[in-house]
Design a protein around this ligand. Structure first.
Ligand SMILES: Nc1nc2c(c(=O)[nH]1)N[C@H]1C(S)=C(S)[C@@H](COP(=O)(O)OP(=O)(O)OC[C@H]3O[C@@H](n4cnc5c(=O)[nH]c(N)nc54)[C@H](O)[C@@H]3O)O[C@H]1N2
Ligand SMILES: Nc1nc2c(c(=O)[nH]1)N[C@H]1C(S)=C(S)[C@@H](COP(=O)(O)OP(=O)(O)OC[C@H]3O[C@@H](n4cnc5c(=O)[nH]c(N)nc54)[C@H](O)[C@@H]3O)O[C@H]1N2
Ligand code: SF4
Ligand SMILES: [Mo]
Length: 726
């Protein structure tokens, strides 16, 4: 038996794991009590890493799709063929004929972070897509326009704050996002225990709301109005006090003028939050010794996601809570991605997508337009696709349409170890090593963490013979493409030198040594120092760092960027104009996450899917009885783009008029190779969400508030009820 220490790579929380193995078998996974950041915390998903490791459905060698099924091919064949066909697609249709999609786990894997970005860039296609536009795009847009860098994201200082306002996030279940903080339930309980307040704004009374002092239901998609009304109150009642931030911030008065028209009375109707509650919330927020407003997926993936993330930053700033302990702070990670020029500062709206004219952000187009870019004929059409660590058929809005579009591609390759709803369309699948078979350093999530720490984990199992890491697959593809002339800038000696020298370990070591805790500091952090500290090292709490860390040329915060200000007219039109005539019986659909589920790809773990069915429609009792529906029955849900049948769960945790379905399910499509997942298939919410529905400003998917109708399914078989009608 051997004991290994490493970091869980499944979600953003970076929990330390203590893993016991015998031979190539994981015998137990526990929380690592000596990890200075997670201190032994763990959620149920971590143990499922053992299932992924042992999963017979996980691909261990490359496969080619043939009429007779998937056929094993050698790595050489798979890489050569992929490079040949990519080159052919680009030779006939132009560089943009090949699209790339990077899914969520690619940010959790340093190999894809470090080697993937250069490969994608080198392919030279403008058709780049990633899960960012299904998730957090508005955060990056706001950060770029306000602070000058797409990754300079303010992180809630949850361990020191006196008042945490959470909008559209459920960290008790998700364990935090753009807020890496292992053990969120404990951190929130500690906040309450030290006398702090927790207020949650969400159309569902979530697990996080259950821990809160106050929970407000809000009508989906209207948070920007709530935030404006809070700002209105603060300016009207002279409660604005930015303190030292005023010295390097432009636009406070502009915001005061903009907020003037959005009184709590005007916001009350659309948001369904009484004006007096909005005023009280604003006053309490401003009066707290320290306070921070935080909003995630429910706030970002809505029609006004960009406005929401901007206004959150404004609220934190005008109350003096930006860049101060207990407020919204910036990190100083050991591998400082901002300085390592790994990601540029970012740019926005330099060009527009071919079919719908959606804006690019830092070289990527929104995923909501991918299907139509494949399906719409004409010059510039996408005919080839490379996906990495993603499943957009289940994760993108109107996934059904994307599913149909993928079937029409001339060529598709996937770097993934599962034949999932998306990769089943690939001609070739190149499977990387498993999460436990490679070294790990969180290049991205240390940047988003509520405390500065650093941890390196060596691979726990040696890769199986002949297996390749993601970064090796990328480098092998880059080298082949270079030989075929696609990488003009990376030729001959320079190419081989770069690809052989730039291993993730070397890049990490260099970044650590030259970073803020490296040779210039007393710590002298290096890869070797981290190897000697298998539980990780603590680098201290977040510290104020503005204006020095700003990336705006004049080192000033832009509180009222014109692009964001301009979008207020859309808000005015949509939310304050005459109310759209609500057709009878329409409900608004939102999403949810479950503790034992991770986006679309952990449902093949027997220990995670056991227990009650999780893919259900949640509805308020009043809405159910009005439709004559009872808990447990199968109902049909219909939107503009699709229709599906799903078991009904009835609960007062839902806001009346709003229903909820978790995403990531729907494994019943033919050809998916995941035995356990297909036996617990569920349905995909994204067969209902609408690819036409985006935040027009950022292009981010607007999942929240999809209009749906719900009725008894025609061939309904009554089931055993799970929850009583209240
Ligand atoms: N267990 C588990 N953990 C995960 C994941 C997982 O799938 N499972 N996924 C990981 C990923 S990739 C991410 S990005 C994070 C996401 O982390 P979170 O954002 O914390 O997770 P969600 O559960 O999606 O929370 C969104 C909340 O927004 C609410 N909401 C929907 N529409 C609106 C609206 O218009 N306004 C407001 N105010 N609220 C709204 C929903 O009811 C829901 O409670 O979680 C990560 N962690
Ligand atoms: N309606 C609705 N839709 C949503 C959301 C929502 O809240 N509501 N949430 C959105 C969010 S926040 C996100 S992040 C997306 C997620 O959506 P995606 O990023 O498109 O997909 P995932 O479900 O994360 O699928 C991950 C795939 O990566 C593979 N994989 C895992 N680890 C590795 C690895 O190390 N290397 C490689 N090469 N592959 C690996 C897995 O096998 C799996 O096939 O979904 C989005 N979609
Ligand atoms: S909270 Fe996230 S990082 Fe921690 S054990 Fe669970 S899945 Fe892993
Ligand atoms: Mo995400």
């Amino acid at each position: 038996m051997a004991l290994h220490h490493r970091t869980c790579t499944l979600c953003e929380a970076m929990c330390g794991l203590a893993v016991e193995v015998e031979g190539r078998t994981v015998t137990s996974i526990r929380g690592d009590k000596e990890d200075p950041f997670s201190r032994g915390f763990l959620c149920p998903k971590a143990t499922a890493l053992a299932d992924v490791q042992a999963d017979p459905d996980r691909l261990r060698f490359p496969v080619r799709r043939t009429a007779g099924g998937w056929q094993r091919v050698s790595w050489k064949e798979a890489l050569d063929e992929t490079a040949d066909r990519v080159a052919a697609i680009q030779a006939s249709g132009g560089r943009d004929a090949l699209a790339v999609y990077l899914g969520n786990p690619s940010v959790h894997n340093w190999g894809t972070v470090l080697a993937g970005v250069p490969l994608v860039k080198a392919l030279g296609t403008k058709n780049r897509y990633s899960a960012t536009s299904l998730d957090q795009l508005p955060h990056h847009v706001a950060a770029l326009l306000m602070f000058g860098h797409q990754l300079l994201l303010p992180i809630p200082d949850v361990d020191r704050t006196d008042f945490l306002l959470v909008l559209g996030a459920n960290p008790v279940v998700s364990n935090g996002s753009l807020m890496t903080a292992p053990g969120m339930p404990l951190r929130l309980k500690a906040l309450r225990a030290r006398g702090g307040r927790l207020v949650v704004v969400d159309p569902r009374r979530t697990e996080t709301a259950e821990l809160a002092d106050v929970h407000h239901f809000i009508r989906p998609g209207t948070d920007a109005l709530l935030l404006l009304a809070m700002l209105h109150t603060l300016f009207a009642e002279q409660r604005v006090s930015p303190g030292r931030l005023a010295d390097f911030t432009d636009g406070v008065q502009a915001v005061a003028r903009l907020a003037a028209e959005f009184s709590p009375e005007r916001a009350a109707g659309p948001t369904c939050i009484p004006a007096e509650s909005i005023r009280l919330l604003a006053r309490e927020f401003a009066a707290a010794r320290s306070a921070v407003a935080y909003g995630r997926v429910g706030l970002s993936t809505q029609g006004f996601g960009g406005l929401c993330q901007w206004l959150l930053n404004v609220l934190n700033m005008v109350t003096g809570n930006l860049d101060r302990a207990g407020g919204a702070m910036f990190t100083r990670p050991a591998f400082d991605v901002l300085l390592a020029s790994l990601a540029g500062r970012g740019h926005f709206g330099r060009r527009r997508s071919r079919v719908r004219g959606l804006p690019e952000f830092s070289g990527e187009f929104p995923v909501a337009t991918l299907a139509e870019e494949i399906l719409t004929p004409g010059p510039g059409r996408i005919t080839g696709l490379l996906t990495v660590a993603g499943n957009p058929v289940l994760s993108a809005p109107n996934g059904g349409r994307l599913d149909r579009a993928l079937a029409t591609l001339d060529f598709m390759a996937a770097v993934d170890f599962y034949v999932n709803e998306t990769t089943r369309h690939a001609h070739l699948i190149l499977p990387p090593t498993s999460p436990l078979e490679h070294d790990h350093y969180d290049v991205v999530f240390h940047l988003l963490a509520v405390r500065n720490t650093a941890k390196y984990s060596p691979g726990l199992f040696a890769p199986e013979r002949g297996a390749m890491h993601d970064w090796q697959i990328f480098n092998a593809l880059s080298a082949r493409l270079a030989r075929r002339g696609r990488l003009g800038w990376l030729r001959g000696g320079a190419r081989s030198l770069l690809l052989s020298v730039a291993t993730p370990r070397r890049v990490l070591d260099l970044a650590l040594r030259s970073g803020p805790y490296g040779w210039r500091s007393a710590r002298r952090l290096s890869l070797r120092a981290l190897e000697e500290a298998p539980h990780g090292v603590d680098l201290g709490p977040l510290e104020p760092c503005l204006p020095a860390r700003l990336f705006t040329p004049d080192k000033r915060i832009r509180l009222a960027p014109p692009e964001l200000v301009a979008d207020l007219s859309r808000l005015r039109e949509r939310l304050l104009g005459p109310a759209p005539v609500a057709g009878d019986g329409w409900l608004q659909l939102v999403g949810r996450r479950d503790l034992r589920s991770n986006n679309s790809w952990m449902h093949n773990s027997p220990r995670l899917v056991k227990g009650p069915e999780r893919c259900t429609l949640l509805m308020h009792p009043g809405d159910a009885s009005r439709r004559g529906l009872t808990a447990g029955q199968l109902v049909e849900v219909e939107s503009r783009v699709g229709r599906l049948a799903i078991p009904l769960e009835v609960s007062e945790e839902m806001m009346p008029g709003t229903v909820s379905i978790p995403h990531g399910w729907g494994h019943g499509r033919p050809g998916v190779q995941a035995g356990v997942a297909t036996a617990h298939a569920g349905v995909s919410i994204n067969d209902l969400t609408d690819d036409e529905s985006v935040d027009a400003l950022t292009g981010g998917a607007a999942f929240s508030g999809v209009p749906v109708r719900v009725a008894a399914a025609v061939a309904d078989q009554p089931r055993k009820p799970r929850s009583a009608v209240g």
